[in-house]
Every structure is written in C-alpha cells, then in structure tokens.
Design a protein around this ligand. Structure first.
Ligand code: FAD
Ligand code: NDP
Length: 494
C-alpha cells in the first residue's frame, strides 16, 4: 500500500531530474550522464516486456505509462490495452458466454439445471474488473522486483534523448536515456463526423468497465473487436445487432469469416449488412435512436438501442508524443511510426514496437516478443530479429476461429490458383501455406499447429501426424478432401 501511495504522489526527486536534463541544454545530457540506459514510453504488452528483459540484462531502465480516460471517463491501471481493455477482460467475458451455452447443454447430459438461467452483468463485471486490478498490481510488483523505475506520467519528446512527462496533477518530470523505446499502442477510433457518435457511443475502452449491463446493443464494425464483443454480448443473453458496412473480418480467409458470422446469426446475433450509420440521438425514454442507410437500396432505417459500441478500428497513440522534436518519422496516413527490421525508427537510438509501429500485427504476443528481442539486441549482445511471418491468431467469437499463415485468397494471389490446394502448395513437398480452424478452443489448437507451420511442415507431414481421438484438433490431420475434388467433406462418422 505504501508503495502504491508513493507512486500516486509522484516520483521523489523529480526536480533533480528536471534540473539535470535542463542543464544538458536542448540536445539533452551527454552519453554517460543520462538518467537511464533505456527509457520505455508505454507500459503495455510490448513496453513492459522490453523493460523487464533489459533490466534483467543489467541495464538501468525506466518505464513511463499514462492512460488518458476514455471520452466516457473510463480509467484503468498499468498493463496497457491487453490487460485492461483488451485480451484479458474480453476472454473472460467470452468465457462467461461459453459457460451459458454449457449450462444450457448440461441438461442433455443429465444435469437438472432450472431453465432459463439468468445472467448477472454486475457480478461478471465485478469479477473481471477485480481480476484486471490484480494484474495491474502484479505488473507494478514485477517492475519493482526487477528494479525498473516506473513513472505514472504522460510523455512527450523534448529532444532525441530527453522526454518530458506530465503527471495527473500537472507536475513535470524530465527524463533522459541512451535508448528510447516507444510502445504507446493505440486507442479506439470514434467516427467524429457522425452526429451523436462521441456523445452517446462507447468503445472497447468502456464496455469491460461498465458497472451495469449495456442492455440492447448495436455494435458498429465487423472485425476482431466488433465480432468478439457482439459474440459475448449475445452469449450472455443481450439483444445484440452488428452493423457492418462491408465484409466481416477483412484480411482473414473469407470462407471461414462467413462461417463465423453465419454461426453467430444462427445463435441470435442480428446483422445489418452493407449499412452506414448516419446519426445517433437520445430519445425521451433514455434509449438511443440510431439511423442508418442500407447502401444497396438507399433506404434509411432506424432502431432503438440502449448502447452503441463503436468497434471501427484503432488510432495509434503518436499525436501527443512530439515526435518531430526527436526527428522520428511517421506514416502520415496511418500515423504509425516507421520502423526497420531492428524496430529502429528514423532516429537510430529510438525504437518503436507493438501496435504503434507501422506494419506490425496488432497482437500482444508479437509486441512482447519484439520487445524482448529488442532488449536482448540492445543489452544482451544478440542479433536475433523478430520474425513477423506466420504469426498465429485467434478470433474469440462464439465459434472460435484460429489461423496461421496465408488465407486462401492470399495464397492464390501469391502463388496462383493452379498451384494451391487446401492452402498448401500443390507441388511436392506440398508446403502448408496457411491453416484455418473453426471450433472450440481454436487458440489452443492453432498454437500447436503454428509450430508445424514455422518448421515449414508439408501437407504429407500433417497427414502422417497421428491424431488424438476424440478431439477437434484431429480433424486437421484428417483433412483429405479438397475443394478442387468436388467431394462432400461432411464428417459422418468418427
Ligand atoms: P498497449 O498495450 O496499448 O500499451 C500502450 C500503453 O502506453 C498504454 O498503457 C497507454 O496508455 C500508454 N501510453 C500511450 N501514450 C503514452 C504517453 N504519451 N506517455 C505514457 N504512456 C503512454 N491481442 C491478442 O493477441 N489477443 C487478443 O485476444 C486480443 N484481444 C483484444 C481485444 C480488444 C478489445 C483490443 C482492443 C485489443 C486486443 N488485442 C488482442 C490486441 C492487444 O491488446 C494489443 O495488440 C496490445 O495490447 C498492444 O500492446 P502495445 O504494447 O503495443 O500497446
Ligand atoms: P480493425 O481495424 O481490424 O477493423 C475495423 C472494422 O471496422 C472493420 O470491419 C471496418 O470495416 C470497420 N469500420 C472502419 N471504419 C468504419 C466506419 N466508419 N463505419 C463502419 N465500420 C467501419 O479494428 P479492430 O478494432 O477490430 O481491431 C484492431 C486490432 O486489434 C486488430 O487488427 C487485432 O490485431 C487486434 N485485436 C486482436 C484480437 C485477438 O487477437 N483476438 C481481438 C481484438 C483486437 P471495413 O472492412 O469495411 O474497413
């Protein structure tokens, strides 16, 4: 408790740092006189992993992390998106929804469970939020244990070796370092041009921290965040609609994506396809009246909802970093930081990892691995680079979708239709180009097969792998019917 209170009050001795850095002039302190070997901006997946690894390798490290409240005022602690408003609360709510399905199924297995089984949002949210808070605390302790100095301040560059951090109360701290890693992640995008969007809508930054049930919900968007949220909201019994303007899960295998949304639809999620939302207004009974246009017919339609959840992508957190003061280049369209294979920016001793870096998958394990490898190159004499190819991922929709490697569309575009069969090359040794799995525990299944793909497994090797029976994973090593054969792949026996 004492450590927590001290951190909330702000770092002791901040004026000393300020004086030293100012004395160093505009270009900051000279090498050897800087405060830290490594300064990490952003205490999320990538930043914390990098800082901890660097400290373990004996360097003097500081992490600065600061969370601007969401437009709805939601706040959270150390750990970044994944821990607070991403993977962890999402997976727990997904699990809550799956449990509902299991309880309903249980009676067919002889369990005498009274139906219907009501769900209490308050209880779920409290448990999820308490778990997240315990993770916040765990991260603080881990930093302390590894002697990483933590500052709860919002950082921006003063020059290429110096950063100014502003605490909640306005107090400023100047920190200098030989190496600086930017790992500031992203935040949900709001459609600022739509009337009522900001005023009445919420995002994934809020949904997991709601004390009360969101009620009847309209989810706008059709990618990971939208479909995962719509999936668990439906699963816990809420009336849920997804408004999508184009296709589901852009970038993923489209046949699999359609199966995901068809399954959701058959389990109660409504889909408004090819629609563009035009405005959100508050009705006198407190509900939100949403108006959209069906692009195909040109017709306008409306619906009343308790909650509108924007899940239309994310904006990298680069704007307030004063990157121009350090000379760090960004892509003007995406606002992401341009990096090379070593994660270095346009300034050789400043690096960017995770969601804020251009061209990287927005996934926790890639941010973590990139951060660790970077620390090992900087302080451990390593030259190992992060390999961003064949990164596995899973969409935690009610019917989970795990994949690694290329989608069928990408495989065909790269290798040509005539060279591809079952997302494998047709020519021996029939290299597997991509693996796509729909079913329970897709993350667990895909994680295992990802090793095979990384080791350049061939179709023949997958077929020679003995299955574990009875499992869902064994279906992967039994895939013998390709689309080209025209045969019916329906499984009729075991
Ligand atoms: P972040 O974790 O976002 O951390 C950045 C930190 O820097 C934040 O704390 C931020 O407040 C802070 N910061 C920003 N600017 C400043 C500043 N100027 N000064 C100080 N601090 C600053 N990925 C998966 O792999 N699996 C999943 O199941 C999954 N589910 C997700 C579900 C949702 C709803 C969302 C939104 C994302 C999900 N992701 C998932 C993606 C994953 O959360 C991110 O890829 C990951 O958190 C990125 O880590 P990061 O270190 O780049 O940034
Ligand atoms: P994405 O950028 O992946 O998708 C944005 C979605 O919003 C698309 O469906 C897009 O449609 C739609 N959209 C964009 N603008 C509008 C608009 N103005 N009106 C209506 N729809 C719009 O964003 P997400 O926030 O879903 O995910 C961000 C990243 O977070 C992902 O790429 C993923 O890496 C990570 N993540 C990972 C998860 C996991 O590992 N399970 C879970 C959640 C997130 P269109 O296709 O037409 O452009």
């Amino acid at each position: 408790m004492a450590a927590m209170a001290a951190a909330l009050r702000g770092p002791a001795g901040c004026f000393r740092w300020q004086t030293r850095a100012l004395a160093g002039g505009v270009r900051g302190a000279a090498a050897g006189q800087r405060d830290y070997d490594l300064l990490v901006i952003g205490g999320g997946s990538g930043g914390l992993a990098c800082a901890k690894e660097a400290a373990q390798l004996g360097s003097k490290v500081a992490v600065v992390d600061y969370v601007d409240p969401s437009p709805r005022g939601t706040r959270w602690g150390l750990g970044g998106t994944c821990v607070n408003v991403g993977c962890i609360p999402k997976k727990l709510m997904h699990q809550a929804a799956l449990l509902g399905g299991l309880i309903r199924d249980a009676r067919h297995y002889g369990w005498e469970v009274a139906q219907p089984v009501p769900h209490d949002w308050r209880k779920m949210a409290e448990a999820v939020q308490n778990h997240v808070k315990s993770l916040n605390w765990g991260h603080r302790v881990q930093l302390q244990d590894r002697k990483v100095k933590y500052f709860n301040i919002k950082a921006s560059f003063v020059n290429e070796h110096t950063v100014c951090g502003v605490a909640k109360g306005g107090k400023e701290t100047l920190l200098s370092a030989d190496h600086i890693v930017i790992a500031t992640g992203g935040r949900p995008r709001y459609p600022t041009h739509i009337e009522g969007a900001l005023e009445y809508g919420i995002t994934s930054d809020d949904i997991f921290w709601l004390k009360e049930s969101p009620g009847k919900t309209l989810v706008v968007g059709a990618s990971y965040v939208a479909l995962e949220c719509a999936g668990f909201l439906t699963g816990i019994g809420l009336d849920t609609t997804v408004l999508m303007r184009s296709i589901p899960l852009r970038g993923f295998d489209q046949q699999m994506s359609s199966l995901v949304t068809e399954h959701m639809e058959s389990h109660g999620t409504r889909f408004l396809r090819g629609c563009i939302l035009s405005h959100v207004r508050r009705l006198s009974d407190g509900q939100l009246q949403v108006t959209w246009e069906d692009q195909a017919s040109g017709k306008e339609d409306t619906g009343a909802f308790d909650t509108v959840l924007w899940a239309i992508g994310r904006v990298p957190q680069t704007r307030s970093l004063n990157l121009e003061k350090a000379g760090v280049d960004t892509n003007p369209d995406s606002q992401k930081i341009l990096v090379d294979a070593r994660e270095a920016t346009s300034v050789p001793h400043i690096y960017a990892i995770g969601d804020v870096a251009e061209g990287r998958p927005e996934l926790t394990p890639t941010a973590i691995m990139a951060g660790k490898l970077l620390a090992q190159r900087l302080f451990g004499g390593s030259s190992d680079l992060m390999d961003y190819d064949n990164v596995p991922t899973t969409v935690f929709t009610p019917l989970e979708y795990g994949c690694v490697g290329l989608s069928e569309e990408e495989a065909v575009a790269r290798h040509g239709q005539e060279h591809v069969e079952m997302v494998c090359l047709r020519e021996p040794p029939q290299l597997v180009l991509g693996l796509h799995f729909l079913g329970p525990n897709a993350g667990e299944v895909t994680q295992g097969f990802a090793l095979g793909i990384k080791c350049r497994a061939s179709y023949a090797q997958v077929m020679r792998t003995v299955g574990i029976h009875p499992t869902c994973s064994e279906e992967v090593v039994k895939v013998r019917i390709s689309k080209r054969s025209g045969l019916d792949p329906t499984v009729t026996g075991c």
